[in-house]
Design a binder for this molecule. Sequence first.
Ligand code: WT7
Length: 635
Amino acid sequence: MSDEAGIKQSEGEVYFPSQSVIDNAHCKDYDSMYKRSIEDPEKFWGDIAEEFEWSQKWDKVYDESTPPFFKWFTGGKTNIVTNAIDRHLKTFRKNKLALIWESESGDDVRTYSYFSLNREVIKFANVLKSMGVQKGDIVTIYMPRVPELMFAMLACAKIGAAHSVVYGGFSVEALAERIEDAQSKVLITADGGYMRGKIVNLKQIADEALARQGTIEHCVVVRRTGHEIYMEPGRDYWYHDLLSVPVVNQPCETEQVDAETMLFILYTSGTTGRPKGVIHTHGGYMVYTATTFKYVFDINDEDRYWCAADPGWITGHSYIVYAPLLNGSTSFMYEGAPNFPYPNRWWKMIEKYGITILYTAPTAIRGLMRFGNAWPNRHDLSSLRILGSVGEPINPEAWKWYYEVIGKSNCPVMDTWWQTETGGFMITPLPVTPLKPGSATRPFFGIDVDVLDLDGKSAPTGEEGILVIKKPWPAIMRGILHDPERYKQQYWSKYTTMYEAGDSARKDKDGYIWVIGRLDDVIKVSGYRLGTAEIESALVSHSAVAEAAAIGLPHDVKGHVIHCYVVLRAGYAASDSLVEELKKHVGHEIGPIAKPEKVNFMDSLPKTRSGKIMRRLLKARALGLPEGDKSTLEE
Ligand code: WT7
């Protein structure tokens, strides 16, 4: 069923937790707690929600009256910021560090207690209010990995507006179409960011994107690099100038909103068409992300937690910004590349800050593994007690290196399977779970998963099938912005009562889930999710290109890389320089992560008789595999 090549899964090996891991665990008995969560989800989630602050209690924990548009904690009023910041100010956590940030150069370190985080968020919130941002508006944020990114997100939430963060690695067209779709009136960006010692000209990209859309009225610019940039009078404002406006330094109350008020949208790639704006809301998302974080990382007040993802992705939204703050934890954030200037950059910071939990992606692990053991071995990594992985299946070789060389065989690896759409971890071990390298193990509390065959029946043990979630959970996406039909179609059309994730998986004899990969035309490059349609549309926006097809091929470090097939317009000739130009063009339109590794020219693309490009066939040919069923091919 799946066409993923190369991931070997070794079911035989099991790694058991040590006594110290068990002693520290918030949950020592997964089975009984899981059983409770499935038998009575309303009681289970209702009890947990009681631990948060609500200005008005909910009428109903779970509302399934209009499937598949499920609601949680309806009638309840709160704000995720009330629980992520405000309530900590009444406890010892007021003076606890919320965030430690280090610049790529290492010359700059900034720390924020919960008290100072609150102050920064209030300033940003007042800036937004003074620009006329109101409840229900969507503010677009396009920033490098700096603390202000986090402040801006929290400021939106605080005043009841929603944020739409566009990853700082995206480029002109990706940004323009997201702004347009969200109808944002305010954009928050920076002059630039640092990556591998070079300046990324974010403002310049933003200017080009702004020229392609018609909704932005104000643009707030945070100074990070200090290089010369264009500032449009009447539209662009330096953030540091706005701070001298008196109202910005006034107090600002956290707006109390309905549990189902939109907290953010985050665009992600699907099978076809433009990226879709996935909607998450205050109440259910808050309860679910906080709970997953607490149990999966066994978080305590002494911890220093580091999620090395970018805040611009769901991993960063949920597990850099919201869940850690909801738990009153101390997070570390690093601005730059993992191997800059040397491959020990990460290990040095783990030692320096005494990081206890590290959460990253298989592609980063494989990338650092290439440099050998000497780099990590130069550093004292003994502060680590739990490791995490996310983004794609982790191959057992990388898993073992992570476990043995980084974790010194003392730190369980939490391989967390989830998606932008799910808001939080779905299939994941707890620290007490016996681990099998390459398996995300068991469902989290309240998550009812299965692997189905094509007829919709449970697939036999060991057989590959379609991964589904049989019951809604508090952080399930609330839909796609402006497109409820697409939400139904994409996730609920095959089985109607079950959420279809788009992945294939197997279940083993112990009930462990082994996720294999995407079933659709989504390509995961270094864990980043890209749709073939976006890459193809970037290519055809070049004047030389008539038609294009993109496929993902397996790669040792990146998981997958993009190969493209291009049919030229009359009057253009294939050449090496055109290949380079097309690669650059895709990078400029979508972002460096989408740059194809290879561009091949063809006279025509293989298509079905109904005109669909047969990417499956292109892929089989590229890999030298059998071409399979060609009965629908238009010759
Ligand atoms: C897709 C979702 C959720 C944060 C980052 C990705 C793949 C994610 C795992 C894992 C196997 C994984 C799936 C999923 N995926 N984590 N631990 N094991 N596959 O979010 O960009 O929405 O991508 O990533 O294919 O469907 P995303």
